[in-house]
Write a protein that binds this ligand. Structure first.
Ligand code: ADP
Length: 559
């Protein structure tokens, strides 16, 4: 074959990373560079003189002749891009896949009726494109994840802001609570201290009696405040348990009315009780807690009403889980502003918590009531009209099943907690009692009550002295009982009791403590005490515990 040197390829073209060949209109190959040899595995000798169409995968080369007509007849260059003409002069890679390529065909420029075919390998740009695409995808994904993280951060931020707002609100409420508590505690303390001074100065028996009554009443008020706080913290800690017994709702309601009548009369209020038809005679509930809730809401109604009436009504109701009973307390008092209705059941919350407030209180009562109502399986709600009055409704389950058993009918009004109505103190005639107590005032008080009941009292002021005295006296005439304060210097009551028990001391030991939580009772019993009494001292209850313990010990000794 006659190869025109003008269209034969210079050896430089072998070095290019491009597949280059030269063809004429009949597609006869005149030149074939090394790159094409490498890509197609067809040697130059075999290629030159062959028909281009035969050298490539025929499918892609079909129609090539007509396609190239424009190049040869009009001198117009052609470009076949990989994406559009993937199969045009296709080149297979070693793994069997087709090489992405772009093919340029243009007249040779030498006027010899030939054309130069240049094939570009696009594998790398394509894979770069793929890389770019996957990079873009990765960036899109990470942008989406960043957006999500940002949203989450914004949500967390909003939650933190909300929590912070609540914490600040709680802090404010606590500060208000402390201010109110300080006021609530100082008020009765002022009366106690003031009337104690009067007691010391004025020997007039009427003045003295009056002073003593005032001191007692204010002391009881202080105790009620402390009990409220304890109640609430016990409920909050989930330590208050309910034991349901059969009780008469009407008797509980009558008792509450009877206990609060004096207060209502003092303000000239009409205090009424209305029992609607169909109210069950007996329900399963906890009468003490039921009474506590009713005392609080009826007490509040009286406190916040200046004229008119306060009515407690009992009516049957129907709930999702069966029959219910509603205790509704309505008054003609101040009423509660609409925006405060939802907060009155929160601890330490009062409609008026200003320094100039007219009514005393800690803001704990309704919080306790709400939780107690829930513990009784019920709920408490309020409706109110400012200036017109309020209605608090306590609804509890009215299941009367198995109520035929021990019905606790509270016909006789029981005393309000710490109201001083005590039964006749049982005698401790001749009992030898060792009292371990460090506070001089409490020493005198306990000594007074025990001696009055006929006991022979020995007082020591710390746990170590109690251990010494108990053992030393054992040789002569032993004590019948040790009354052990638990918080004392040198050796506390827990340690002293343990020390005595470790030495085989079997005499009853009764713990005495100002801590009124359940945990302290158990702690005392675990230390070896037989029973537990709390301060402030309820003399009849204390004497009864002492008698009970001494009696048990004596009976055990006989057996
Ligand atoms: P306290 O009476 O000791 O302040 P409570 O928790 O019992 O605490 O009541 C919270 C607040 O709810 C009261 O301070 C009072 O502002 C409001 N409140 C309760 N009962 C009534 C009522 N019957 N009429 C008007 N306001 C009431």
């Amino acid at each position: 074959m006659n190869i025109n040197p003008a269209t034969s390829l210079r050896s430089d073209y072998d070095l290019l990373p491009l597949g280059i060949c030269v063809v004429d209109e009949s597609l006869t190959v005149y030149a074939w560079n090394r790159t094409l040899e490498r890509w197609t595995s067809i040697g130059r000798d075999a290629a030159i003189g062959a028909c281009l169409q035969d050298l490539f995968d025929t499918v892609g080369s079909r129609g090539i002749r007509s396609r190239l007509a424009s190049v040869f007849q009009q001198g117009v260059p052609l470009v076949f891009s990989a994406a559009l003409h993937r199969q045009f002069l296709p080149i297979r890679l070693p793994d069997g896949s087709l090489m992405p390529q772009r093919t340029h065909i243009q007249p040779s420029g030498a006027g010899d009726g030939r054309a130069v075919v240049v094939i570009e390998d696009l594998s790398q740009p394509m894979s770069q494109l793929d890389d770019l695409r996957s990079e873009r995808r990765r960036l899109e994904l990470s942008e989406a994840s960043l957006r999500k993280q940002q949203e989450e951060l914004e949500a967390t931020n909003a939650k933190l802001k909300e929590a912070n707002k609540h914490a600040q609100q709680a802090n404010r409420s606590k500060s208000e609570f402390v201010a109110n508590m300080s006021h609530e505690i100082r008020t009765p303390l002022t009366a106690i201290l003031g009337f104690s001074d009067i007691l010391g100065e004025d020997p007039n028996p009427d003045v003295c009696r009056n002073a003593v009554e005032t001191i007692r009443r204010n002391g009881e008020h202080l105790l009620a405040i402390v009990n409220d706080i304890l109640d609430l913290s016990k409920i909050e800690a989930g330590k208050l348990e309910t034991t349901l017994t059969a009780c008469s709702p009407q008797a509980v309601a009558e008792e509450v009315i009877s206990l609060l009548r004096v207060r209502a009369d003092a303000k000239g209020l009409d205090l009424r009780l209305r029992i609607e038809p169909g109210v069950v005679k007996v329900i399963q509930s906890e009468p003490t807690r039921l009474r506590q809730v009713l005392l609080n809401i009826v007490g509040n109604a009286i406190k916040f009403t200046q004229t008119g009436h306060v009515e407690l009504s009992l009516s049957p109701a129907e709930g999702e889980c069966g029959p219910q009973l509603t205790f509704a307390v309505s008054d003609t008092g101040l009423g509660i502003p609409a925006d405060k209705l939802s907060t009155v059941f929160e601890p330490f919350s009062q409609v008026d918590n200003s320094a100039q407030r007219q009514f005393g209180g800690t803001g704990l009562g309704l919080a306790i009531c709400k939780r107690l109502a829930e513990m009784l399986g019920g709920r408490i709600t309020v409706t109110s009209e400012l200036g017109e009055g309020s209605t608090f409704c306590l609804t509890v389950p009215a299941c009367s099943m198995s109520c035929k058993s021990t019905v606790q009918l509270l016909h006789k009004p029981a005393a309000l907690p710490g109201s001083g109505q005590a039964s006749e103190a049982p005698s401790l005639d001749g009992y030898r009692i060792l009292v371990a107590e460090d506070g001089p005032d409490n020493q005198r008080l306990i000594n007074y009550h025990l001696r009055k009941a006929g006991a022979v009292v020995t007082i020591v002021e710390n746990g170590q002295l109690a251990v010494d005295a108990a053992q030393c006296d054992e040789a002569e005439r032993p004590f019948d009982l040790v009354l052990m304060d638990m918080q004392m210097p040198v050796l506390d009551g827990y340690e002293a009791t343990k020390a005595l028990r470790d030495r085989g001391y079997t005499t009853p030991i009764v713990a005495l403590t100002a801590h009124a939580m359940d945990g302290h009772r158990q702690k005392s019993l675990d230390a070896g005490c037989d029973d537990y009494a709390t301060k402030p001292i309820d003399a009849p209850a204390l004497i009864s515990i002492i008698r009970d313990q001494v009696g048990r010990h004596a009976a055990a000794a006989i057996i």
